[in-house]
Structures are given as structure tokens and as C-alpha cells.
Design a protein around this ligand. Structure first.
Ligand code: S3P
Length: 174
């Protein structure tokens, strides 16, 4: 699907932890006048506990299974929206297949490792899968080629606010 058609579809934002998916998702939904949906937030609501709690209490495999089922449920609703994924969701082949099958337009927010790591260490939310810099760096390098599979790459580096990144995405649709 071309970028010009993307406005008819739900938009999926992917990228590493700390790339700004939630903030850009909210700004983009405002500009497109549609709903902003944060997948992790929805999983936490369903489970009645936070994502870090789910991962530490039940393990990553349990979280990934919930992630896929909530994503499927979201995609099956027909309302158009901007869906911000957690950083690992797009890395799983089954989730990419679901997203493609539902005809969503996929956008990769590409932020440098240094910026992501700065935000990871600054945020009050714990990221159980990024406890050490070396572990996070490894995941970042492993996932980059998968993020590259998204239809649009957007530079999400420091000097650009969520509003500016969202504006650039909207302009790419024109
Ligand atoms: C994860 C990223 C997190 C959250 C979970 C796992 C990952 O979301 O889904 O901690 O594997 O990259 P954010 O990308 O919003 O931090």
C-alpha cells in the first residue's frame, strides 16, 4: 500500500524502547483526528497490572502471548487508529504477519541507541528487558533489521519533538 492510502488504514508505530512511540502516536492521532492506542497500556488494563509486573511475575513468554492476543483483538476491531506497539512486538514474525494481514501502514521510529538508552535510564517505568546497557545494545542491534521491514522510516532523534515527527509523517502521506 502506498503512503497516500495510509490514512484509510490503521497506522502501526514501531521502534526500540525509548524511541518515542507513545508520544508520537498521541501527536499523530491528534493530527489525523483518530484514536491513539498504546498496546502495552491495553495489555496492562486487561491484566490489571503493569507490563514490567507481568514480565517479572509470569515471564516473557506469557507476556508475548498476551501481546499477540491483544494485538489481534485490536486489529479485528474495524476502527481506524494509530497503534503504538511495545518495542518487541514487531520483532515477532507472527505479529508482523497479523499486522500485514490487516492491511495496516507500518512506521519505524528510528532513534539512536544513545537516545533510547538515555530515555530508558531516565524513565520511572522499569524496562525488564533492558536492565543493562550491553543487553539493551544487543537487542537494539538484533532488532534493527526487523524494524527496517516497516513501510516508512522516520528519523526520531533528539532535536525533533513528537509534534514535528508526527507532522513529517502526515506530510509523507500527502
Ligand atoms: C519491550 C518494550 C516495552 C514493553 C516490554 C518489552 C521490548 O515497550 O513492551 O517491556 O521487548 O522491547 P516500550 O517499547 O514502549 O518500552
Amino acid at each position: 500500500m502506498s503512503a497516500a492510502n495510509a490514512l484509510q488504514q490503521s497506522i502501526i508505530l514501531t521502534g526500540f524502547m525509548g524511541a518515542g512511540k507513545t508520544a508520537v502516536g498521541a501527536a499523530l492521532a491528534r493530527q489525523l483526528n483518530c484514536e491513539a492506542i498504546d498496546l502495552d497500556k491495553l495489555i496492562a488494563e486487561r491484566e490489571g497490572r503493569s507490563v514490567p509486573e507481568i514480565i517479572s511475575e509470569e515471564g516473557e513468554a506469557y507476556f508475548r502471548a498476551r501481546e499477540t492476543s491483544v494485538l489481534r483483538e485490536l486489529l479485528e476491531r474495524k476502527t481506524r487508529g494509530v497503534i503504538s506497539l511495545g518495542g518487541g512486538a514487531w520483532a515477532l514474525e507472527r505479529n508482523r504477519a497479523l499486522i500485514i494481514e490487516h492491511g495496516c501502514y507500518t512506521i519505524w521510529l528510528d532513534a539512536s541507541f544513545e537516545l533510547c538508552w538515555k530515555r530508558i535510564t531516565r524513565d520511572k517505568d522499569v524496562r525488564p528487558l533492558a536492565r543493562s546497557r550491553s543487553g539493551a545494545r544487543r537487542l537494539y542491534d538484533e532488532r534493527r533489521p526487523l524494524y527496517e521491514l516497516a513501510q516508512l522510516r522516520v528519523d526520531a532523534n533528539l532535536e525533533r519533538s513528537a509534534f514535528k515527527v508526527a507532522t513529517e509523517i502526515v506530510e509523507a502521506f500527502r
